[in-house]
Design a protein around this ligand. Sequence first.
Ligand SMILES: [Mg+2]
Length: 382
Amino acid sequence: MKITRITTYRLPPRWLFLKIETDEGIAGWGEPVIEGRARTVEAAVHELAEYVIGQNPERINDLWQTLYRGGFYRGGPILMSAISGIDQALWDIKGKALGVPVYQLLGGLVRDKIKAYSWVGGDRPADVIAGIKTLREIGFDTFKLNGCEELGIIENSRQIDAAVATVAHIREAFGNGIEFGLDFHGRVSAPMARVLIKELEPHRPLFIEEPVLAEQAEYYARLAAQTHLPIAAGERMFSRFEFKRVLAEGGLAIVQPDLSHAGGITECYKIAAMAEAYDVAIAPHCPLGPIALASCLQLDFVARNAVLQEQSMGIHYNKGAELLDYILNPEDFKMEGGYFKPPVKPGLGVEINEALVIERSKNAPDWRNPLWRYPDGAVAEW
Ligand SMILES: [Mg+2]
C-alpha cells in the first residue's frame, strides 16, 4: 500500500481535519490543530507531506520517527500537532485495512467504558449551578470549570474570595453528588496559586488543572508539596520528552496529553505508559472535534491509568458546529450515564461526512482565543 495524497480542511468552529488517501482505496482521517493557529499547522502538514506521500502507511513507527527526527529542529505545538494528525490518520488506515478498531491493535480493551466529564459555564464562572443541573439530567456527574477569571501576579483578596465563593456555592448546592475539576488555565501566577489552592482546599475539587503555566512546570512539585489536592497539567506539553521532566520532578497526579498536540496515538500511548510507571493518571485533553476524541478513546481503552475523558459537547467556545456534526455514526459516541463505550468501527471509529466537510470548509472562520487585559492595560493570560 502507498500513500497517494494528503488533503486538509479547515472547519468551523476552530478545527482542522486531514485525509490521507492510499492507492488501495483506504483513506484515514486525522485532526492536526492548535486552537487559534489552524493555518500554521495546516502549512506544517503540507510541508511534512513530502516525507509521507509515496510511503507505506503500515509503517507508522518509521513514519513517526521520520517526521519527528527527520527535521533537525523538532517538537513544539505546531510541528507536533501536524505529526499528531498524520499519525491519527495512519492508525485509522491500519485499523480499516485490518478490519479492527485501533485499540485491538494496541492489545485490546482494558476497560468496558470510560467516564467523561463536561465543561460547565463560560470563561467566567457565572451561572454554573444552572448549567450543572441541566447536564446532570443527561447523565453527567463530573464537571470542569474555570477556577477563576484573570488574576494579577499579586492579586487582592476580593478576587480570591470571588473565585472561592463560586466553588463554595457549587459544593453547597450539590454536596458530594457531583465532582468537579478546576481549570486555572494558566491564569494564575505561582505566588497566587499557593494562596488560591489553600483557600479552595476545603471545597475538595477533584483536581486543580494548570495551576501555573507549563513554562513554570518546576512549580508543580512545589505546589503539590503544599496541598493534598491532585494537580493536573499537560495540554501544553508536546512530547514524551516534555512529560519526562514533569514525571521525574513529581507533583502531577494527572497528566493531560492532547492526542492532537502531543504526537498522536503513537506518542500518547508511550506517555500513558510512562505516567503509569510513576502512578500518575492520564486524562486526555480534548476540547476538539470528533477525530481527536475518537483518538483519545482508542487510548483510554488500552491505558489502565486513564481516568477521565474530556469532550467538547456544548463547550462554550464551539460556535458554528458541534462535536458530532461531521460524522455519519454519532450513535457510536452516544454517552450512557456519563460514560463512553469503546468505538466499534474499524480504525478510529469515525465515519466522516466528507461532503459536509468539503462544504463547510469553504467558509471556515479563523478562530482566535480572546485577548484579555488587566485593568491597567497589561496583557493577561486567557
Ligand atoms: Mg485546560
